[in-house]
Write a protein that binds this ligand. Structure first.
Ligand SMILES: [Zn+2]
Length: 299
C-alpha cells in the first residue's frame, strides 16, 4: 500500500510558535460572555461595540490563566450571521473591534488569532452561492488582518466545501491560517455532519491552504485523541485541538457541561502524543481549564 502524506507548507509564524512544544490556546467565549450578562439568543459579536470591557475581561482571564494564543469575539461576525441581528453593515467594525479588544488583553503575552465561524447557510441546499460565501469570508478575514490579527482560525465547520472557501479567503490576507472542523457524527463520532472523515478533512483543508488543521467542539476531549492521531497521520503538521467540556446536558432549560478541568486535563498527555500542537477548549471550558492544561503540560 502506498501511503501519501500531504505535506503542509507551514507558515513561519505557526512553525516558530509550535517549535518549543505544545502551545496553550484559550477556552470558550460564548459561555463566558453569558456569565457576564449576554442574553441567550442575542448577538455575542455585537458586544465588541456595545460592551468591549466585558469582552476584554474574558480575553484577559484567558491570558492570565496561561493562554499563549487567544481568539477574538468574532465567531459569528460574517455578514450572514450579523444580518440576522440587523448588523450586516457592521462587519468591518465588529471584526476590527474584536481584534483590538483581544490585543489589549494579550499585550506581549499572547498572540491574537481571529476567529471565523460558519456562515449559517447551507451551500448544498442552494441557500447560498459559492461566490457569496467567498465574498463574505474575504470581507471578514480582511477586516481582521487590517486590524493586525496574527492569524485566522476557521473553526466549528461542518461542511468541508464551506471550510475550504473560508480557508482560501483567509489565506488571501497573507496571514497564517488554522482550520478545524466538528467531528460528532456517525456511530463512532468521527465524522462531520457531512460525513467527512478526519483524514479527508485534514487533506482537503491543507489543500485549500491551511497551515494547521484540527478539530473543535462537538464532543468531549476523550473522542479527540483518536481524531487528532488520524489527522496527524494524514498530514505533516501541527494539529489544533479544542474539545468541549464533555457532552452538554440540559438542566432546567440551561445547557450544562459537567466535566471538570482536572478530568479534561488528564487527556492532555495523550493529545500531545497523538500530535496535538495547539491545545485549548471549546464550549463549556473556562480559564480554570486552561490553568489545568498548563499544569499538566508543565508536569
Ligand atoms: Zn464549541
Amino acid at each position: 500500500m502506498i501511503v501519501t502524506k500531504v505535506r503542509m507548507h507551514m507558515h513561519a509564524t505557526i512553525e516558530r510558535l509550535t517549535s518549543a512544544g505544545p502551545v496553550i490556546t484559550d477556552g470558550a467565549w460564548g459561555t463566558q460572555l453569558q456569565q457576564r450578562g449576554l442574553p441567550l439568543g442575542t448577538c455575542p459579536d455585537a458586544w465588541n461595540l456595545k460592551h468591549p470591557k466585558r469582552v476584554e475581561e474574558v480575553a484577559r482571564a484567558y491570558v492570565e490563566a496561561g493562554s499563549q494564543v487567544i481568539l477574538t469575539n468574532t465567531f459569528g461576525a460574517n455578514r450572514f450571521i450579523l444580518a440576522r441581528h440587523g448588523l450586516a453593515d457592521k462587519v468591518a467594525e465588529i471584526n476590527r473591534a474584536g481584534v483590538q479588544i483581544s490585543q489589549r488583553a494579550a499585550g506581549d503575552r499572547a498572540r491574537v488569532f481571529g476567529s471565523m465561524g460558519p456562515s449559517g447557510k447551507m451551500m448544498i441546499t442552494g441557500e447560498v452561492r459559492e461566490d457569496e460565501l467567498r465574498a463574505a469570508f474575504t470581507e471578514q478575514a480582511r477586516a481582521m488582518a487590517d486590524a493586525g490579527a496574527d492569524a485566522v482560525v476557521v473553526e466549528t465547520m461542518s461542511d468541508p466545501a464551506e471550510a475550504a472557501l473560508a480557508v482560501a479567503a483567509a489565506r488571501g490576507t497573507g496571514l497564517p491560517v488554522v482550520a478545524c472542523m466538528v467531528f460528532d457524527s456517525g456511530p463512532d463520532k468521527d465524522r462531520t455532519l457531512m460525513g467527512t472523515t478526519p483524514e479527508q478533512a485534514a487533506e482537503q483543508l491543507t489543500a485549500a491552504g491551511a497551515d494547521c488543521v484540527g478539530s473543535n467542539c462537538g464532543q468531549g476531549v476523550a473522542g479527540f485523541v483518536e481524531i487528532c492521531r488520524r489527522m496527524h497521520a494524514a498530514v505533516d503538521g501541527p494539529i489544533w485541538v479544542k474539545a468541549n467540556a464533555g457532552l452538554p446536558e440540559i438542566v432546567d432549560g440551561q445547557t450544562v457541561y459537567r466535566q471538570t478541568p482536572a478530568e479534561f486535563a488528564q487527556y492532555v498527555p495523550q493529545l500531545v502524543e497523538a500530535g496535538a500542537a495547539l491545545i485549548g477548549g471549546c464550549c463549556g471550558t473556562t480559564p480554570e481549564f486552561i490553568r489545568a492544561i498548563r499544569e499538566k503540560l508543565r508536569g
